[in-house]
Design a protein around this ligand. Structure first.
Ligand code: GAL
Length: 667
């Protein structure tokens, strides 16, 4: 069954295998390009990302455009059966451009303008930069719009960062004026009467920063929202430029997973599909299984940004060069991690990079083709084997999709607010790790999960989990209320629903905002625990340790399932459940361990009719199970992320870092 949703690149609707390719570094070595083509074909590479940082070769001096070398390479790639993901080069500007107008260089929080250097560090507001970017983008788009090789646009590279120049500050004030209309509204929303921080004019507002205002969380949040909005506006300008000349070529940009810099659900609206760069820290002792879960969780978040499959745009064939300790990928890990991405909805396995550069800061980053220039390396052979396998799997898998009945809410703006807030635990609250700890059960049990944020719809799910969702916004409360009322299962956890969108606490009159009616509880206080401290709770005869936070809850109708074991709040509820409409709302007033979450989700899944793709099979720890469906066929991806051999009820045996695919058919 064909559906438009899965077809990301209509000109070449196949699983893509390839990566970033930088022939501009070798233009004086034609034999290298010939060798690359031969080796790429051998490795089953069918798509490369071209021109990402090639601006100085495309426009070596102002208005001196040189696109012929690129056209020759695109032609040769096409002849070799290799398609192109063509980049706009705005991620790194040429030196002449910064010399001509330093306004393109970012200003830091203390007001100091950067000198030329690095990449990803231009001002998003600068009209001059925008004009130059539009010019080069238009040239590229005009030249390559009808080239049969070009199947997608790679807009810039890993958008990130902020600039505090006068232009950005002015734009920020305009953004706030539009949002709040009057300074009185803004003062109210930001609670500026505290410590006499009221503003009397929008002109007084400066971005937050260590040398200035740090005590208004509403300001901090709105600044981050502005940075996302300004980046989005910059990116959309690029999108519109290329679409003017090449309206049929889809656009994407490579995101950075759970990076906290931008709010991706707001950024991605004008992209045709999402792509992202995945660099897990494989093989740090004892961390592999967690890394496997975290990577899978991030794939799910990326997929849900547009509820479409995504492109895994970058990953590494073996080692990166930028970690404190750069480990090689052990044999098998490459195949495991790439097929796992596909299991979670990727339509590609792509790498940074095809050929290792001889110089520059990334010369020790691994690649398909290393400095040895050989097809006999271990890494090349693994890539080649995967290329052959993807070639065989493409027709089978391309039209399938990940379907989920469970959603975890992972909300970037709520995380920003939590990070900015003082209390209740300034020693650290690892929001990402907390969210992943609730994901583990499903990852292991073969139950697909959508990772969504609070702007998403909750319709169609059987279970929604809102771990540590400190901020309720985007009309979440009415969506949750309708969801539970109509029969959904909700699990909320400690420190959820304390504030609204500008970090103002919900007060007594706003109990509905806190979902007290849905949860049937009222949170009176919250205690923070040292890392060396624990409480505990016994539920259905089993005792579970509790950590990090303990809410003191009074029940307003909810049934108490378990209570605290000690401290002055001994006997107060830990786990509660409330019937609301035809659904059930659970609340966990603290944080527990894997065993507690297993017991809890075993119960909820049984009641909600949620089952893993492998039915009742006992799946050992360390294994992640994902699945994609197409009609009556389900493709199951079973990966062993641990360093030990594992077996599933003696039926499926998996070596360390092995991935097996099983096809299930139901009539
Ligand atoms: C990515 C970036 C690439 C390359 C890679 C190295 O973040 O987009 O250009 O630097 O990291 O791992």
């Amino acid at each position: 069954m064909r559906s438009e949703r899965e077809i990301l690149t209509p000109k070449y609707p196949h699983l893509l295998h390839g990566g970033d390719y930088n022939p501009e570094q070798w233009l004086d070595r034609p034999e290298i390009l010939e060798c690359d083509l031969r080796l790429m074909k051998q490795a089953g590479i069918n798509c490369v990302s071209l021109g990402i940082f090639a601006w100085s070769k495309l426009e070596p001096a102002k208005d001196d455009f040189r696109l012929d070398w690129l056209a020759t390479i695109v032609d040769k790639l096409y002849e070799a059966g290799i398609y192109v993901d063509l980049a706009t080069p705005s991620g790194a500007r040429p030196r002449w451009l910064a010399e001509e107008n330093p306004e393109v260089l970012r200003v830091d929080e203390r007001g100091k303008r950067a000198r030329f250097g690095g990449r990803h560090n231009h001002c998003m507001t600068s009209p001059f930069y925008r004009e130059r970017v539009a010019k080069i983008d238009a040239r590229l788009a005009k030249r390559f719009a009808d080239h049969p090789a070009v199947i997608m646009w790679h807009i810039s590279n890993e958008f990130e960062g902020e600039c505090h120049c006068e232009l950005c500050q002015k734009a920020f004030r305009r953004f706030l004026k539009e949002k709040y209309q009057t300074i009185e509204n803004l003062n109210k929303a930001w609670w500026t009467a505290f410590w006499s921080h009221d503003y009397s004019d929008f002109e007084q507002i400066e971005p937050p920063g260590a040398s200035g205002e740090q005590s208004i969380n509403g300001l901090t949040l709105d600044w981050k929202r502005f940075v996302t909005a300004q980046t989005t506006d910059f990116m959309n300008q690029e999108i519109r430029t290329v679409k003017t000349y090449a309206p049929k070529i889809p656009v994407t940009t490579n995101l950075m997973g759970l990076s906290d810099v931008l709010c991706y659900p707001s950024l991605v609206k004008e992209l045709d599909f999402v792509s992202w760069d995945s660099y897990p820290n494989w093989h740090e002792p004892g961390q592999n299984v967690y890394e496997g879960m975290l990577d899978s969780f991030t794939h799910d978040y990326m997929r849900c940004l547009k509820n479409r499959p995504f492109i895994l745009m970058e990953s590494t064939t073996s080692t990166v060069n930028w970690r404190p300790v750069c480990k090689l990928k052990k044999p098998g890990m490459h195949r495991l991690s790439m097929l796992n991405a596909i299991g979670h909805g990727a339509q590609s396995a792509m790498y940074f990079q095809i050929r290792q550069s001889a110089g520059g800061p990334e010369k020790f980053h691994s690649a398909v083709i290393s400095h040895l220039n050989s097809e006999k390396t271990r890494v090349f052979r693994e890539v080649e084997a995967l290329g052959a396998e993807l070639g065989q799997l493409s027709d089978l898998l391309y039209d399938s999709y990940v379907e989920a009945e469970v959603a975890i809410l992972y909300d970037k703006e709520s995380k920003w607010a939590l990070t900015a807030s003082c209390g209740p635990r300034n020693a650290g609250l690892d929001y990402d790790r907390i969210c992943v700890s609730f994901y583990e059960y499903f990852w292991n049990a073969g139950i697909n999960v959508d990772v969504i944020d609070s702007s998403a719809s909750l319709e169609g799910y059987k279970l929604v989990i809102t771990p540590m969702l400190y901020m309720y916004h985007n009309d979440l409360q009415s969506k949750v209320r309708a969801f539970v009322k109509n029969g959904g299962y909700l699990l909320s956890t400690a420190l959820s629903g304390y504030v609204g969108s500008t970090d103002l606490c919900f007060t007594a009159a706003e109990e509905k905002e806190k979902l007290e009616d849905v949860l049937g509880i009222c949170v009176e206080e919250i205690d923070a625990l040292y890392d060396t401290e624990a409480n505990a709770t016994t539920w259905e005869g089993i005792r579970y340790p509790l950590h990090t936070l303990c809410e003191l809850v009074t029940c307003g109708g909810a049934e108490i399932l378990s209570v605290y074991e000690k401290d002055f709040y001994k006997g107060k509820p830990v786990l509660t459940v409330n019937a609301f409409g035809s659904g059930k709302a659970y609340h966990l007033a603290s944080y527990g361990n894997k065993a507690l979450y297993k017991a809890l989700f075993d119960r909820i899944c049984r009641k909600a009719g949620i089952e893993g793709v492998l039915g009742k099979a006992q799946i050992p720890d360390g294994i992640g199970v994902a699945s994609r469906r197409n009609g009556n066929k389900t493709f199951v991806f079973i990966g062993n992320f641990s360093e030990e051999e594992k077996s599933i009820e003696d039926r499926i045996k998996l070596k360390p870092f092995e991935m097996q695919m099983v096809v299930l058919e139901c009539p």
